[in-house]
Design a protein around this ligand. Sequence first.
Ligand code: AMP
Length: 396
Amino acid sequence: MKILVINCGSSSLKFQLYNMDNNEVLAKGLVERIGIEGSNLQYSPKGMDKIVIETPLPNHDEAIKLVMDKLVDPECGVISDLSEINGVGHRVVHGSKYFTESCVVTEDVMEKLNKCVDLAPLHNPANIMGIKACEKLMPGVKNVVVFDTAFHQTMPAKAYMYALPYEYYEKYDIRKYGFHGTSHRYVSKQAIEMLGNPEHSKIITCHLGNGSSIAAVKDGKVIDTTMGFTPLAGFEMGTRCGDIDPAIVPYIMKKENLTPDEVDNIMNKKSGLLGVTGKSSDFRDAEAAMNEGDERAKLALDMFRYQIAKFIGSYVVALGGCDAIVFTAGIGENNGGHRAAICEYLSFLGLEVDAEKNKLRGSNIEFSTANSKVKAFIIPTDEELMIAQDTMELLK
Ligand code: AMP
């Protein structure tokens, strides 16, 4: 069975074509600058060199059509006919209260997807465009939607409600949703396997990348997570501020004479690591600056580690204990220094890091010592594979 996985942004599109018989990626790539001057496709077929094609791509239909042309191209294609593709799995950012799991696209699903647009105005319209383009270009092939929010829908009301007037929840669906759900689901499943598939498990998954979130997963189900109504909540990220005193928002707006959109932009795009260092949103740049004596880079990284450790501590309380802490995504998988510093805060739990194992990377690794009371895992995330697997299951 072959499954195409598509992740549409407002002006970009990432794709991977899987052979599900062996989970092999047959081709993958990225279309950038859709609808903008300079649009291009970067296409990497398995076992061949990457190809870059620069051509005007005015919309997502044209972008997906170009991807499909390449997949069946006699020279660089990986399949001989589009009919070999059995289904398409789409990443969708927001499923609101309507979607608790992945599902096959129907008219009813499209109606509900449109209702979610208000909650993710930058992302969901692009996801919908991707689905419509596939329906048009591959009639008869089923589309499946996989949501960033769905895995978190098991949270109890005491975790997802905000202490605001209740009518805002009723009128505007204002509550915590959580994001990165597909990643938290993938790595928590892997962690449960690494623990030997126990009947009960208490796992804390830390997705630490440019955007970051942590989830508390009890017996395979999320009971709390750090991102909230939007991905802005939680702790310091590349450019997002994470949790702050909400009263700061109107205060800065008055002082700097800002509109709601301007202050939103500052909190999403100009804060976090970038805001505190004043230099870069990239954690490798910040580390290099810290090593050269930059005090603000050191402060920003200290804040990052401290805030994460505090959330993990609070989730140990929420779970009533902890069997394993998982580190994943760009920073979580690659930066042993941050992992060690975060685990150091948690040593009172009996968590002990094996310094040699903490240097490893690239596969599922248990980097806590044999005596450690809490296990610590590095698990490379694979959201695309999770989307492909959901699509395959739903098509069966
Ligand atoms: P992601 O959003 O998951 O792609 O993660 C991006 C972040 O991961 C950036 O801030 C990078 O600096 C960081 N990152 C990626 N690779 C490494 C690495 N080898 N060592 C340390 N940080 C890394």
